[in-house]
Design a binder for this molecule. Structure first.
Ligand code: SAM
Length: 217
């Protein structure tokens, strides 16, 4: 795979927002330095989501609800449950979902994802069905904890996508940036863990900040 700054810029240049509301929301998010999905990641997801055709989506980490709304537009038949622990982000996500008229399709839970997952596990399946798509985009150091909790909420054919797997390349680089030593180690261990999940297959792709795609068999 060819991955240089020029290639990244070239690909990002081909980006087209899915609609004017989402163009505005991206602009706002980028202006305020909110870590919403990168353009390249969005472009990739836009091409694969119709193939996955999920009916129930779980997202961990909503921030202002950008990716959540993106899922709602690209998967119009899906019900989406997202969770956000930060008060300010949660309020913004709720307001954005409301202003884009997607309240019937999206529920933004408020609190720590681990608590929500624990609750879902206790209550059984959400909406009487396991999740078709799970998007993990929250505190990277907890990815393994999230995965351990979401695996029982999947079924054969479920897809789990995790963002920021390559951490600007640091996960793969031989020379370890000492400042990030612990996070790099945790992410490497997480990738090993993903590859070893029984009855599943995982690919790591250098799209955006790196994504992993795990398919449950
Ligand atoms: C990268 S941002 C999410 C961006 C969003 N998915 C998008 O692309 O528009 C990560 C968010 O996850 C939230 N977060 C981090 N750890 C969390 C946890 N344990 N439970 C719930 N939310 C969490 C943070 O507050 C932050 O707003």
């Amino acid at each position: 795979m060819i991955r240089t700054e020029a290639v990244d810029n070239f690909i990002s240049h081909c980006y087209r927002p899915i609609n004017p509301q989402m163009a505005d929301l991206r602009e706002k998010g980028e202006e305020e330095h909110i870590p919403i999905i990168l353009r390249e990641t969005e472009m990739y997801l836009e091409s694969i989501l119709p193939l996955i055709n999920p009916k129930i989506i779980l997202e961990i980490g909503a921030a202002i609800g950008y990716s959540t709304l993106f899922f709602a537009y690209t998967c119009p038949k899906a019900s989406i449950l997202s969770v956000e622990r930060d008060d300010e982000m949660w309020n913004k996500a709720k307001a954005n979902v409301r202003s884009q008229g997607k309240e019937n399709q999206i529920l933004i839970g408020h609190g720590d994802a681990m608590d929500l997952l624990e609750m879902l596990k206790k209550e059984g399946e959400w909406k009487a069905d396991p999740f078709d798509l799970i998007f993990v985009d929250a505190a990277k150091g907890h990815y393994k904890d999230f995965l351990e909790m979401v695996l029982p909420l999947t079924k054969k054919g479920s897809i789990i996508i995790c963002d920021n797997i390559l951490m600007k390349g640091m996960t793969a680089e031989e020379k370890i940036n000492k400042r990030y030593r612990t996070s790099i180690k945790r992410m490497r261990d997480f990738v090993d863990y993903l590859y070893k999940i029984p009855s599943s297959s995982t690919q790591v792709l250098s799209v955006g900040d790196g994504i992993s795609i795990t398919r449950m068999y």
